[in-house]
Design a protein around this ligand. Structure first.
Ligand code: SRM
Ligand code: SF4
Length: 547
């Protein structure tokens, strides 16, 4: 496709992300924003959405859609203080829909904020040092880092690197401060985006750091992933992987999920330099005409890995060293209490679909009242109460039990590890239910597993309302990807460590057909599996799936 996508023009003429956001926000005749500002507000960490449950009824009544805004925070490595958590919970009650949503990139989203409250919400977040700049938009997104409470010393080091990287790649425009924080325009100084330039990146850009053996961040799904290499108990450096990405469009074979390629090894001091080199490479060569083809994965797939390596070497002034050996053996979280190597205690709680509301929200606020460590959000939408003082353990256990925060810990492995994206009613792109449907489909699948005595075996299932893949369904043993209301693509065969994509097993089927497809496979798995063999691996060995 030639030319340039319309979003490029919006970015270019936005005066570094200002557009007419101030005017759009002040316009009391509508709950929405002007069209270009809907694009620009993403870079500030917010999306305009409407309540899709009300869409038809409002249209019948000739009313505009029930516009509201989602705000996504920027929390590198998914860490916040109890005080910040209290502030976010308070804002969710005061301005949002009363829930906080932990995301698959370790951030927190607030939903349902109406336009007139948006500025107060973002300002109040910032007052607690939680911002939302670059949480969305064509820039580097929230930098992920393994939540690894056991390797606590390494976790602290990697988290600090993720934070520094997020700062390094943050847009430099003052627009965010001006619009949301009443920051004054700095007169006379020529403002610039040294890294991004006036049109930023062709598309979103995602970076994550994993600490083996737990591939909780699904490192091969990142545009740029770093695999920590630990030698002699110390962080020796990182293997770089590049060109991962999951979004695709049904029926368009030019779009596809892709695993990142293993590129080379670098010392920890080169993290920012190497990330910047890949980012600017993508800035310069990424497709700015077709947004469905604009991620780094397509730049690499089209031009070839040899080209990518050559271009990267030119920017870095030489090749990276060969990658070092590593083992990634799992994707999920480890629940319950764990003691870190430094002796500190950490409690990982299961939060289904990352949605915290009602009694659970209250429980976590009461815990935040007394907790002196931090809160960590996992890439699996769960929550770690980290660095707990020994004397607080008993009280935290009481609060957890009293507020039902431990219920999901006793669930089947399937239920504990399952992910679902937000989907309806807020996501404008949802074709089918996800978060709201997860409990139902899990119960039905649990019944089938129990029939063959498999309910206590680990099994990963990820559900999304459309093929964009926000819950990384292409890396699960069972992936369900929304196609239409009540209909999904059933994908099978992920390896449970995030290193193999699953494949389409049945397309466009309803719940009955999903269960009918899975039932005989569970039976065979029950009869023929080898010791310790995962369902995803069994399907390939048994010849159910073929390359
Ligand atoms: Fe996502 C768009 C939710 C992680 C791939 N994603 C959206 C939007 C903003 C819909 C929109 O564009 O209007 C969704 C908002 C729903 C809502 O109502 O809140 C949305 N994505 C999410 C979250 C909240 C899912 C969740 O259940 O936790 C995750 C927020 C992450 C964060 O905190 O930054 C989320 N999205 C992901 C991931 C997983 C990841 O990054 O590890 C992916 C797949 C990896 C990738 O990017 O390839 C992902 N989201 C997409 C895409 C497809 C991008 C593509 O290259 O094709 C879209 C659509 C788009 O960008 O046009 C999208
Ligand atoms: Fe929305 Fe699709 Fe992402 Fe689910 S996968 S949150 S339906 S964009």
């Amino acid at each position: 496709m030639g030319g340039e996508s319309p979003v490029e023009g919006i970015k270019r003429s936005s005066r570094l992300l200002r557009g007419t956001l101030v005017e759009s926000l002040a316009d009391a005749t509508t709950g929405g924003l002007r069209e270009p500002d809907r694009q620009l507000i993403k870079f500030h960490g917010s999306y305009q959405q409407d309540d899709r449950d009300l869409r038809e009824e409002r249209a019948r009544q000739k009313l505009e859609p029930a516009w509201s805004f989602m705000v996504r925070t920027r929390l590198p490595g998914g860490v916040c203080t109890p005080r910040q958590w209290l502030a976010l919970a308070g804002l969710a009650r005061r301005y949002g829909n009363g829930s906080l949503r932990l995301t698959t990139r370790q951030t927190v989203q607030l939903h349902g904020i109406v336009k007139r409250d948006l500025k107060a919400t973002i300002a109040a977040m910032n007052a607690e040092l939680v911002d939302s700049i670059a949480a969305c938009g064509d820039v580097n997104r929230n930098v992920m880092a393994s939540v690894n409470p056991v390797e606590s010393l390494l976790h602290a080091q990697v988290h600090e690197l993720a934070r520094a990287l997020s700062e390094h790649l943050r847009p430099r425009t003052r627009a965010y401060h001006e619009i949301w924080l009443d920051g004054a325009r700095v007169a006379g100084t020529a403002e610039a985006e040294p890294l991004y330039g006036p049109t930023y990146l062709p598309r979103k850009f995602k970076v994550g750091i994993v600490v083996p053996p737990h591939n909780d961040i699904d490192v091969f799904s990142q545009d740029v992933g770093f695999i920590a290499i630990v030698e002699g108990g110390r962080l020796a450096g990182f293997n770089l992987v590049a060109g991962g990405g999951l979004g695709m469009t049904h029926g368009e074979s030019a779009t596809f999920p892709r695993l990142a390629d293993l590129i080379g090894f670098l010392g920890p001091e080169r993290l920012a330099e190497v990330t910047e080199a890949v980012l600017t490479l993508q800035r310069d060569f990424g497709d700015r005409a077709d947004r469905k083809h604009a991620r780094l994965k397509y730049t690499i797939a089209d031009r070839g890995l040899a080209w990518f390596r050559g271009e990267l070497a030119t920017r870095l002034g030489g090749d990276l060293a060969p990658p070092r050996p590593f083992i990634l053996s799992s994707q999920g979280d480890r629940f319950g209490w764990l003691r870190g190597v430094d002796g500190r205690l950490h409690l990982t709680l299961r939060i289904e679909s990352g949605r915290v509301s009602g009694t659970q929200l209250v429980g976590l606020e009461r815990i935040a009242d007394i907790h002196t460590g931090d809160f960590r959000f996992t890439p699996n939408q769960n929550l770690v109460i980290a660095n707990v003082a020994a004397e607080a353990v008993e009280r935290i256990n009481q609060l957890v039990a009293a507020h039902g925060l431990d219920v999901a810990l006793a669930a089947t492995p399937l239920r504990r590890d399952a992910l679902a994206c937000v989907a309806l009613p807020t996501c404008p792109l949802a074709m089918a239910e996800a978060e709201r449907y997860l409990p139902t489909i899990l119960a039905r699948i649990e019944e089938r597993l129990a029939k063959y005595g498999l309910e206590e075996l680990p099994l990963s299932l990820r559900l999304t309302g459309c093929p964009n893949g926000c819950a990384r369904p292409y890396l699960a043993e069972i992936g369900l990807v929304g196609r239409a209301p009540g209909r999904y693509v059933l994908r099978l065969g992920g390896d449970a460590s995030g290193q193999r994509l699953n494949v389409v097993y049945r397309d466009n089927i309803d719940e009955t057909a999903i269960l009918e497809a899975l039932d005989p496979l569970f039976r065979r798995y029950g009869e023929q599996r080898q010791q310790g063999e995962r369902f995803g691996d069994f399907l390939w060995r048994a010849g159910v799936l073929a390359a």
